[in-house]
Ligand binder design. Structure first.
Ligand code: AHM
Ligand code: MG
Length: 335
């Protein structure tokens, strides 16, 4: 059999040539790839080098930071500043925008959650990094949060790294979704999952059911109907999953379909939801839509939202199109 493996870097170069783009985008992606490889290495070494446990500090959202949250954040900030391609960055772990010094030519903005699902670190369950790339609008000061407040439809690229049994990087540049697996011995990501798609139908849903007492009527109706199984209104049995790591949930949906929900409920409504729009919901919505799925807050498309705040929270319902459309219908009907 002829040897056909291609690396993520070669994939990006091919895309660059095909679309007639400059090398700037490929260069900035190379920095993200390096950052993800380094975070993967630290996650993998785990307790061997004292990487587990809490850091003893809180982030801007008032959440306890793990040691790896801080290390992953430092790696992302450092590696992505080196190339000079980003004018500024924003992170779940930083209250304010991080302007990149010495990047006068930087035309892009990077948003990231350096280690999503970090409650899973100490129990050795999959975590990930999520990123979203925006253009710096002309004449706008990159050091101000306003530069970042662009709707998700304006993302140039988005992706995640999944640190699971193998490390994968899944990426969209608005031309479908492709998945790459890290070959640790070679130190490179190779294309292993070209043209990933989300099946329109599913028999699997993911929600934190411990919050059911807070749910609103449309979510309660949807879940009750799934739980009723074959003899209920859906006429089929469903399976339920909850990893508490959005990257792992989204990856499962890309591989075999499904629905992921972190909806608005009576307990989180005042905050707007749980997940963050700019570096969790928008990049995942971009990936899911590019794979043929759907991503909404309830009635509204996530990527159409006009952000008002860097750390804004939103309800998230995403995955297999026919199921998410059904849940959106229930929201329109009010139950
Ligand atoms: P994090 O960025 O602080 O890790 O929080 C986001 C995570 C998501 O990955 C996951 O879907 C959710 O929080 C889990 O929430 P819960 O602890 O309510 O199950
Ligand atoms: Mg997160």
């Amino acid at each position: 059999m002829p040897y056909k493996r291609i690396t993520l870097t070669h994939f990006l170069l091919q895309e660059q040539r095909r679309l007639g783009r400059s090398g700037a985008f490929t260069a900035l992606m190379t920095d993200i790839i390096t950052a993800c490889k380094m975070v993967s290495h630290e996650v993998n070494r785990g307790a061997l080098v004292g990487n587990h446990g809490v850091a003893g500090s809180e982030n801007v959202q008032g959440e306890e930071q793990k040691k790896l949250d801080i290390l992953a954040n430092d790696i992302f900030l450092h590696m992505n500043a080196l190339g000079g391609n980003y004018a500024a960055m924003a992170s779940e772990e930083l209250e304010d925008v991080h302007a990149v010094t010495g990047s006068a030519d930087g035309r892009y903005l990077l948003l990231f959650d350096p280690l999503d699902g970090s409650s899973n670190i100490d129990v050795n369950i999959s975590v990930g990094s999520i990123f979203s790339i925006l253009r710096l609008p002309d004449g706008v000061d990159a050091s101000k949060a306003d530069a970042f407040l662009q709707p998700g439809v304006q993302q140039v690229a988005a992706g995640y790294a999944l640190y699971g049994p193998s490390t994968m990087l899944v990426l969209t540049t608005g031309n479908g979704v492709n998945g790459f697996t890290l070959d640790r011995d070679v130190g490179m990501f190779f294309l292993t999952h070209p043209g990933m798609t989300v099946t329109p139908d599913t028999k699997e849903f993911a929600i934190n059911a411990s919050r059911s007492r807070f749910w609103e009527a449309p979510v309660r109706r949807y879940v009750d109907e799934c739980l009723a199984g074959k003899t209920g209104p859906r006429g089929k049995d469903f399976n339920m999953r909850w990893v508490a790591s959005m990257v792992a949930e989204v990856h499962r949906i890309l591989i075999r379909g499904g629905v992921f929900m972190y909806p608005k409920d009576s307990e989180n409504a005042a905050k707007g939801g749980k997940l963050r729009l700019m570096y969790e919901a928008n990049p995942m919505a971009f990936i899911i839509e590019q794979a043929g799925g759907t991503a909404v807050t309830g009635c509204d498309r996530i990527m159409d939202l006009q952000p008002t705040n860097l750390h804004q929270r939103v309800p998230v319902i995403l995955g297999s199109k026919n199921e998410v459309d059904r849940i959106a219908d229930y929201h329109r009907q009010g139950a």
